[in-house]
Design a protein around this ligand. Structure first.
Ligand SMILES: *Cc1c(COP(=O)(O)O)cnc(C)c1O
Length: 370
């Protein structure tokens, strides 16, 4: 006979029983099942992935890689050297992870003591508050202003002895705007760790990575998931003070960057010209899509320097529109948060995909009488 489950659940850290789950996106086969369509018919614009995929050299290199039976390099030597060449930092300042998600977790584990505060500037990437709570921290949310810029004065006046760290995504997801370097410098002057998440760096070319030489409390995070088309391989990295990097290398799981991800990073670095062209194509398409979205009378798109555009529905109900799009095999990101009522985020797709989204939006809104 099965004993009551409450005995094992009573042993779980109680704060995790009530922790709100991070809402992840689903793969195309699952989305296809949901829409009753084949995976290749799905228009997936919900994850800021690269519609042109990764460099073709990556699958070729993986197919002939001979060492999958051997543990990967725990010190990520080749990868850190290649990333040093790419970023201009020294390999001593670089740590790679299983996506930048893992680095967010590792950084919090390194710095955060129970009950210490992490500043979050909503609306922003959901992993920051989720991981903070998972690591026993307290989230202090300082919402962004109406135009999605930081409320810098309130942030600065909220910093106290309990404040350990602040997360700043730049460009921010889902709003698409940058944090000015002058504001980042102001926060770096405070006695806290400043994590600048540059997941979309390659789309805008803006970075604060050189400031790592000036500020030991700065950590810059990057990823291969968005511009490089490697979301499925899980490859990210951080640029930071050499002592902090050494400590992260010490506490991370020894083989956190798997062999396939290491190959993916190295081959991407060798072939980054092709990817640069894809990034330019996506940037041009973002401007075209922005114009199309702006011409719809029921939508207000927000300017973006990343590969997605946040849109406010000025008429109709975004949740219903999103559900109707899903019936047609079109998947966007819908937000159900206080600051983002009636918003959708659209990843920049291929021109053909984007045209289909615009057409579907027009039809759905016409059918709903807007
Ligand atoms: C997508 C995204 C990430 C996650 O990157 P992974 O390397 O895939 O874990 C991190 N930060 C922001 C702001 C993102 O949008």
């Amino acid at each position: 006979m099965r004993r009551s489950k409450t005995r094992v659940l009573a042993k779980v850290r109680p704060e995790l029983l009530k922790l709100a789950a991070y809402v992840p996106i689903e793969p195309v086969d699952v989305l296809g099942l949901r829409a009753g369509m084949k995976p290749e018919e799905i228009i997936k614009l919900d994850g800021n992935e690269n519609p042109y995929g990764c460099s073709l050299a990556v699958p070729r290199a993986l197919a002939s890689y001979p060492y999958f039976c051997i543990y990967p390099d725990p010190w990520q030597r080749e990868v850190r050297e290649a990333l040093a060449t790419y970023t201009g930092a020294s390999s001593d300042n670089i740590v790679a992870g299983s996506g930048s998600d893992e680095l967010i977790d590792l950084v919090l584990r390194l710095f955060l003591k129970d009950g210490e505060t992490v500043i979050n500037c909503s609306p922003t990437f959901g992993m920051y508050p989720f991981n903070t709570e998972l690591c026993g921290g307290v989230v202090l949310d300082i919402p962004r202003k109406e135009d999605f810029s930081l409320d810098l004065e309130l942030i600065k006046s909220s910093i106290d002895r309990k404040t350990k760290l602040i997360f700043l995504a730049s460009p921010n997801n889902p709003t698409g705007n940058l944090v000015p370097e002058s504001q980042i410098r102001e926060l770096l002057e405070k006695d806290i760790v400043v994590v600048v998440d540059e997941a979309y760096h390659e789309f805008c070319g803006v970075t604060v990575a050189p400031l790592v030489m000036e500020y030991e409390n700065l950590i810059v995070l990057r990823t291969f998931s968005k511009w490089a088309g490697l979301a499925g391989l899980r490859a990210g990295y951080g640029i930071m003070d050499a002592d902090v990097a050494r400590l992260l290398l010490k506490i991370k799981p020894p083989y956190n960057l798997n062999a396939a991800a290491q190959v993916g990073i190295l081959v991407t670095m060798e072939n980054r010209k092709d990817l640069g062209l894809a990034v330019e194509r996506i940037n041009r398409e973002r401007e075209r899509l922005f114009g199309l979205l702006g011409s719809l009378p029921f939508l207000r798109p927000f300017p973006s320097v990343a590969n997605f555009i946040l849109c406010q529905l000025t008429r109709g109900n975004a949740k219903e529109v999103n559900a109707k799009l899903q019936e047609r095999g079109i998947f966007l990101r819908y937000f159900d948060m206080p600051r983002l009522q009636n918003y959708l985020r659209i990843t920049v797709g291929t021109p053909d995909q984007d045209d289909k989204v615009i057409k579907a939006l027009k039809e759905i809104m016409r059918e709903a009488g807007h």
